[in-house]
Design a binder for this molecule. Structure first.
Ligand code: PLP
Length: 400
């Protein structure tokens, strides 16, 4: 008698996460002695960004006060109240439920799991943040991609969006501000998506994890749920990006809309919320102070300078073009170099040590070629990386 090989479920076959998958290749290159420039992962803490002291103090106090048991499933009262208050201040009206989760990632998983049956489809933007693909694949449901329009500031292509809706479509995702494009959507676009969702009876997910990272003083930000009190919307947010604690794993979902549309679905989500017991407990004690105090501007100022360097340098390289990012810390660059994005990125990593992610890793539409750059690193790191990239492209180093 012998042990048998364990076969993984077929549903895992299509699960990819290009942002981290690319690291496997980069680590091999690093081992050979190459100096690396990591422009691939949206983690501010690996560069010169530090968690606000207040958030650390609140968490240490909670640990010392023995808040180390399970938390209530929906989150501790002070956190839930603060999230609700902040949302109300932003103009949210029918708030049904707030639930604190292990990063926004878990809220997204719960919301999709409570919604989709095998065979259903969910509208994801192309390009998109790849976690959504992974969860939809896990659920045996289908990804239905609509295009973001690069010629129109990467706003949703409404015509394309409407043409993709069918009788198995259950919902639509908006990521605003957007990863990977850095777009802060206009009120008009948001309104058009709301109108379409209403016409076709769709649930809307609004991923607003970057809503505090707006890079221009002139920017106005519209939270989707503030535009329609009745619309069934789940808004995702969290502390990871805005408060520089991606490792805390603290996020949340906010359920809004008229009772008749959202009630049963919300109950289904709450069953899942209870079944997984609770999110991290001590870290929740920093939520209220983080949300109710003004946001740290130092981060935005640093990012603005880095965005400008990124935009100026990359748009001056022949064969590259990009829409200027208005929010978050990503730029999504179009390449017209006669080489596909995946091969390009692989060669860039191997020959220069600059780690970027191919657009196809974000589900970008076929026959287009893009790559994403994270502009969190300090000026010197960015400048060096862009020098290398410029040399690589100008001298077509992928051919040698
Ligand atoms: N949503 C978007 C658009 C993201 O870019 C990320 C992280 O990069 C997440 C969600 C995940 O956030 P969290 O760290 O709160 O799980």
């Amino acid at each position: 008698m012998s042990w048998k090989k364990i076969e993984p479920a077929k549903r895992t076959k299509n699960i990819k996460y290009a942002i981290r998958d690319i690291v496997v290749l980069a680590k091999e290159v690093e081992k050979k002695g190459m100096e690396m420039s990591w422009l691939n992962i949206g983690d501010p803490n690996i560069f010169d960004f530090r968690t606000p002291d207040r958030l650390i103090q609140d968490t240490i106090k909670a640990l010392k006060d023995n808040k180390n048991g399970y938390a209530p499933s929906n989150g501790i009262a002070s956190a839930v109240d603060a999230i609700r208050e902040e949302a109300t201040n932003k103009g949210f009206k029918n708030i049904h439920e707030v639930f604190v989760t292990t990063g926004a990632s878990e809220a997204i998983d719960i919301a999709l799991t409570a919604l989709l049956n095998p065979g259903d489809n969910f509208l994801l933007p192309a390009p998109t943040y790849p976690l959504y693909d992974a969860i939809i694949n896990k659920l045996g449901a289908s990804i239905n991609r609509y295009y973001l329009d690069e010629s129109n500031n990467w706003e949703p292509d409404i015509e394309d969006l409407e043409s993709k809706i069918n009788d198995k479509t259950k919902g639509i995702l908006l990521i605003n501000p957007n990863n990977p494009t850095g777009t802060n959507y206009s009120k008009e676009s948001l309104q058009k998506v709301l109108d379409l969702a209403k016409k076709h009876g769709l649930l809307i997910f609004s991923d607003e994890i970057y809503d505090k990272i707006l890079l221009d003083d002139s920017a106005t930000y519209y939270s989707l749920a503030s535009l329609d009190a009745d619309a069934p919307i789940i808004t995702f947010n969290g502390l990871s990006k805005s408060h520089l604690v991606p490792g805390f794993r603290i996020g949340w979902g906010i359920v809004t809309g008229a009772n008749e549309y959202i009630k049963d679905y919300n109950s289904a989500m709450q069953k899942l919320v209870r079944a997984r017991l609770s999110a991290n407990h001590p870290e929740q004690y920093g939520i209220a102070s983080s949300l109710l105090e003004p946001h740290i501007n130092e981060m935005t100022l640093k990012l603005r300078e880095r965005r400008d360097i990124t935009y100026n340098r990359l748009s001056s390289i022949k064969g590259l073009s990009l829409v200027k990012p208005q929010a978050a810390f990503y730029a999504f660059i179009k390449m017209d170099l006669g080489i596909d994005d995946f091969t390009f990125v692989k060669k860039v990593i191997e020959k220069t040590g600059v780690v970027i992610v191919p657009g196809s890793g974000f589900g970008q539409r076929e026959n287009t070629n893009h790559f994403r750059v994270v502009f969190l690193p300090q000026k010197e790191i960015l400048t060096k990386a862009f020098d290398k990239l410029e040399d690589f492209i100008e001298n077509k180093r992928w051919l040698s």
